[in-house]
Design a protein around this ligand. Structure first.
Ligand code: BGP
Length: 470
């Protein structure tokens, strides 16, 4: 093969909670991200117990995608997007999360959004749950640690699989499912001071594996054309040196941070090294009859993953730490970092694509990748984000090498935050990823006006030439 296949899905990605805003409109209930505060470059955000007076919550209005999506889809169509990844805000359809019947206004919104994609020839790629679980389920049920969430989630799945049958073919069950173990608060598992915190996190992850497998089975039953993927966060670890113990350590960290999750979802069972760890540490997971059987019967169809950065592993305890949002690791002296301290390593993407493909031989989908950077508007109104173009160019080259030289089957590439949006990790607007600039700052000021950046024209050309001209 000398060219990417013509069917290659070029596009972009966002998530409902970071873009839609309109947090109380159309019958929507509050979600966990509606109680996430604003952080900063150095300070992570946190969840408040409820909505607090005088606290700024950036996701409440976000970039007002809820009201402006038609214009935004026009911009994506102008760039030639063949697909667009977004999520369904659970609380628009089920404000509490445990209702039997969906909220009609919420459905009407997603009808318009999905029809808007389809009518523009843009293939919808839908994340079913992207960090936006109903706050009610966190408070009343203890989040994903409670098995009841499996059925509530499946009710959401049934609703959207049925409603969008024939319109949506690509689905992902949980965004960055590894965060359930690495940052359990995101799955509604709160209170690190409790002795059972770790236990509840592991249970939450188990419940999600079961929910994911049953969602895959359901999606296939409802429409055999449905393709359902996992979505895992990746951070390759290289050994700092050739010391055998460092090589071993890097592999261990890769396993427990990344591969454990893709192994479970792609192969349909807990891998041997997770079972060994569970025995060693005495995990007590409530596994009900049918759980393991369904996991085995419902592995995912493709491997969706996010990739921003790589890291190193070392036995040297004094080594300098790198930064990241969920995962970080140690600093690699051979690669540069972004303004937010994330290590930039295009070859790491080729490496990850190969690692996944050799493990599962299932199609891979790069559903997040990009550079968070501060943009400046020049006097003439232009935004010359050459740094972003440089980042994406090198990463696309790496994808091409993986496909054309190594033979990996890659479905598509959807850079993160194709339009500027609220950062998941810090709540900032100034950490921008987009081809489209949104006039809004870290305090929520701005007109929300959209503006094409230099990267907009560049990416349009990349898509036009199917990645031949970068
Ligand atoms: C991933 C999340 C996204 C996204 C991205 C960039 O972990 O799936 O929701 O935001 O990271 O991270 P940040 O927004 O913190 O820069």
């Amino acid at each position: 093969m000398s060219r990417l296949p013509e069917s290659f899905l070029w596009g972009g990605a966002i998530a409902a909670n970071q873009a839609e805003g309109a947090w109380q409109e159309g019958g929507k209930g509050p979600s966990l991200m509606d109680v996430a505060t604003a952080g900063s470059k150095t300070e992570k955000r946190h969840f408040t117990p409820g909505i607090q007076e005088g606290v700024y919550y950036p996701n409440h209005d976000a970039i007002d995608f809820y009201h402006r999506f038609e214009g935004d889809l026009d911009l994506f169509a102008e760039m030639g997007f063949r697909c667009f990844r977004t999520s369904i805000a659970w609380t628009r359809l089920f404000p509490h999360g445990d209702e039997d019947e969906p909220n009609a206004e919420g459905l009407a919104f997603y009808d318009r959004l999905i029809d808007g994609m389809v009518s523009r020839g843009i293939e919808p790629v839908i994340t079913i749950s992207h960090y936006e679980m109903p706050l009610y389920l966190v408070k009343e049920y203890g989040g994903w640690a409670n098995r009841k969430l499996i059925d509530f989630y499946l009710n959401l799945c049934r609703t959207i699989f049925t409603r969008y049958r024939g319109k949506v073919r690509y689905w992902m069950t949980f965004n960055e499912i590894n965060s359930t173990v690495l940052m359990p608060e995101i799955a509604g598992v709160l209170d690190r001071t409790r002795d059972d915190f770790r236990q509840r996190s592991l249970q939450a992850a188990h419940n999600q594996y079961v929910a994911s497998a049953r969602a895959v089975l359901m999606a296939h039953r409802i429409d055999p054309e449905n393709k359902v993927g996992c979505m895992v966060l990746t951070l390759p670890r290289y050994p700092m040196t050739a010391k055998p113990e460092e090589v071993q350590l890097a592999e261990q960290e890769m396993r427990f941070n990344t591969f454990a999750f893709s192994d479970i979802q792609a192969r349909g069972h807990y891998p041997y090294y997770v079972r060994a760890k569970a025995r060693r540490e005495g995990w007590k997971i409530d596994i009900q009859p049918g759980d393991l059987e369904d996991m085995a019967a419902g592995p995912v169809d493709f491997i969706g993953f996010s990739y921003y950065s790589s890291s190193v592993s070392t036995v040297d305890k004094s080594a300098e730490k790198a930064r990241g949002n969920v995962l970080s690791g140690e600093k690699n002296p051979y690669i540069p970092t972004s303004e937010w301290g994330w290590q930039i390593d295009p070859q790491g993407l080729r490496y990850m694509l190969n690692r996944f493909y050799e493990r599962y031989e299932k199609p891979c989908f790069v559903v997040e990748n990009g550079l968070g950077a501060v943009d400046t508007i020049e006097e003439d109104g232009s935004i010359n984000d050459d740094y972003r173009i440089a980042y994406l160019r090198e990463h696309i080259k790496a994808v091409k090498q993986a496909v054309l030289e190594d033979g990996v089957d890659v479905i598509g590439y959807t850079p993160w935050g194709c339009i500027d949006l609220v950062s998941a990790g810090t709540g900032e607007m100034s950490k921008r990823y987009g081809f489209v600039y949104v006039d809004r700052d870290d305090k929520g000021e701005g007109t929300l006006e959209r503006r094409r950046k230099k990267s907009f024209w560049w990416y349009k050309h990349v898509i036009e030439t199917n990645g031949e001209e970068l």
